[in-house]
Design a protein around this ligand. Structure first.
Ligand SMILES: *[C@@H]1O[C@H](CO)[C@@H](O)[C@H](O)[C@H]1NC(C)=O
Ligand SMILES: *[C@@H]1O[C@H](CO)[C@@H](O)[C@H](O)[C@H]1NC(C)=O
Ligand SMILES: *[C@@H]1O[C@H](CO)[C@@H](O)[C@H](O)[C@H]1NC(C)=O
Length: 476
């Protein structure tokens, strides 16, 4: 039986992730961090609804349920595509923080005016657009688990749309300057590319190169990511073309990772055999992990979990298989490595860097609109700024079922230690979950998640650590 252990007044647990050379580094420990991520956009595009005040990080109980289930997989980052900068994200951000999970945030939305229109970027790169983007920074800059912002997602996806490359560099520049001038800490900015091999390498080079002769060029990306679906079913490192991706990016001057992966073209639950390759010896030197696409089952059939209308949730075989594959990795080794701090020299921006004659070679960027320059200099007035809050309960109230239909009971978020990042090893991930044998079955304090405004949290910890100690004593 579990003896709940009360840990009162824990300080905010996660420490910011910083980039050193081509590594993501846990600033608390100096260790390299591999992203074990999942894309989080419940409801697909309808999960973002400005008219009803909903986005994926606006409902505490939903985030608590999902964070608890992600935690037992070993997830350490979520990617959220569309956030509304004017909503209150305090509970969700605090819950993911407590669970040891970082947030990778796209700054755009599908609404008109909220993104660069790839057909006509020159009409949509405006001060009003940049103000939106800066509001996203304001909304998330105070959270320690805000890991990075994506300036764009698959905006350049063929030769016609490669005309957007200078605009992606321009938005990157404006974001970086805004963050440097107006955020309490620097937060990295990157780009998420389509894995279209004809333009992938040119996109990466265009965005990572320097026009100033050093890494400090404001318009360079801090990181480069790609959405890759080339590993389907039981593919191999070679048959998937992952070998080519790895050799392509081996010389990167910025961290590279998969911002989406998880091909579903082979019938049946996905086996996730790419996990062994992605985090294995062949790829991990070059790649910093990846983000599984995606958390909830939507019409396009990429989910790990099925949502009911009443908020109940059922795990899918996709979830179990992912848990199995992640459980086979030794994350204490994988994440215990100090950063390599390799000196990296970005390539110089020049026409010869670009292979395809159709891809832009003009590195003179569109100028920042004058009103946006003023915003960078003076910061946004009265913008909504999120803050960590006290969580009064970490217990999941919704119904949760395993893939076989059995109830999973006593599910709760288990607070990580100070500076500790969630990982498959930490949660004792040892394979598919069934009811009663879950590894994150801590019982929580009663009461519903609520917000009190203080920057500490009170939680109840049980499960892994306590069981481990008791188990050890009993064995002696
Ligand atoms: C350049 O673009 C063309 C047209 O899409 C493509 O067929 C070709 O393979 C590309 N060349 C390189 C070097 O990427
Ligand atoms: C993948 O390999 C596993 C283990 O060998 C096997 O059980 C499974 O049927 C294979 N899946 C496909 C789609 O080939
Ligand atoms: C390069 O782009 C800039 C900014 O859009 C533009 O002013 C300039 O004319 C372009 N140069 C060439 C050679 O096309």
């Amino acid at each position: 039986m579990l003896l709940p252990l009360l840990l009162a007044g824990l300080a905010a647990a996660l420490q910011p992730i910083v980039i050193e050379g081509t590594d993501f580094i846990n600033s608390a420990t100096g260790a390299r961090v591999q992203i074990v991520g999942v894309a989080y956009q419940p409801g697909g595009s309808s999960g973002y609804s400005p008219s009803t005040g909903v986005d994926p990080l606006s409902d505490g109980p939903t985030c608590l349920r999902d964070a608890a289930l992600m935690q037992r997989l070993g997830i350490n980052a979520i990617r959220v595509y569309n956030v509304n900068p004017d909503l209150n994200h305090n509970l969700c951000a605090s819950i993911f923080n407590t669970a040891g999970i970082y947030m990778l945030l796209d700054v755009n939305s599908p609404m008109q005016g909220d993104h660069i229109n790839r057909e006509a970027p020159w009409t949509t790169y405006t001060a009003a657009y940049l103000e939106r983007v800066f509001r996203v920074v304001e909304a998330f800059k105070e959270f320690p688990n805000t890991m990075a912002f994506f300036a764009g997602n698959e905006v350049i996806d063929d030769f016609e749309s490669s005309v957007n490359a200078p605009y992606m560099r321009a938005v990157t520049r404006d974001l970086k300057l805004y963050i440097a001038a107006n955020s309490p800490r620097y937060i990295p900015v990157g780009y998420s590319a389509a894995d279209v091999r004809d333009i992938l390498e040119d996109s990466w080079n265009y965005l990572q190169c320097t026009t100033t002769g050093d890494a400090g060029d404001a318009s360079r990306v801090d990181l480069f990511a790609l959405n890759s679906y080339s590993w389907c079913g039981n593919a191999t490192y070679r048959s998937s073309g992952y070998d080519i991706l790895t050799s392509t990016f081996a010389s990167s001057s910025v961290p590279v990772f998969l911002s989406e992966y998880g091909c579903n073209e082979v019938d049946g639950p996905r086996p996730w055999t790419e996990i062994a390759a992605l985090y294995g010896e062949e790829m991990r030197e070059t790649m910093s992990g990846g983000v599984v696409y995606e958390w909830t089952q939507e019409e396009n059939n990429y989910g790990l979990v099925e949502l009911s209308d009443n908020g109940d949730i059922q795990l899918m075989e996709n979830y179990n298989n992912l848990q199995t594959q992640l459980g086979l990795l030794d994350f204490t080794v994988l994440e215990g490595q100090p950063g390599r701090n390799r000196p990296v020299t970005p390539p110089t921006c020049e026409a010869s860097l670009i292979q395809n004659t159709t891809f832009p070679t003009n590195f003179t960027l569109p100028a920042t609109p004058a009103e946006a320059v003023t915003l960078i200099e003076n910061s946004l007035d009265g913008a909504n700024q999120g803050r960590l809050v006290t969580l009064t309960s970490l217990r999941v109230e919704q119904g949760v079922q395993d893939a076989g239909g059995a109830d999973i009971v006593n599910l709760a978020v288990e607070p990580v230690e100070d500076g500790e990042v969630n990982s498959p090893t930490r949660t004792g991930n040892g394979g598919p979950s069934t009811s009663g044998t879950g590894t994150a079955t801590g019982s929580g304090a009663s009461g519903s998640a609520s917000e009190t405004g203080a920057a500490s949290l009170v939680g109840v910890k049980a499960g892994g650590v306590v069981v481990g100690i008791l188990g050890l004593l009993m064995n002696l």
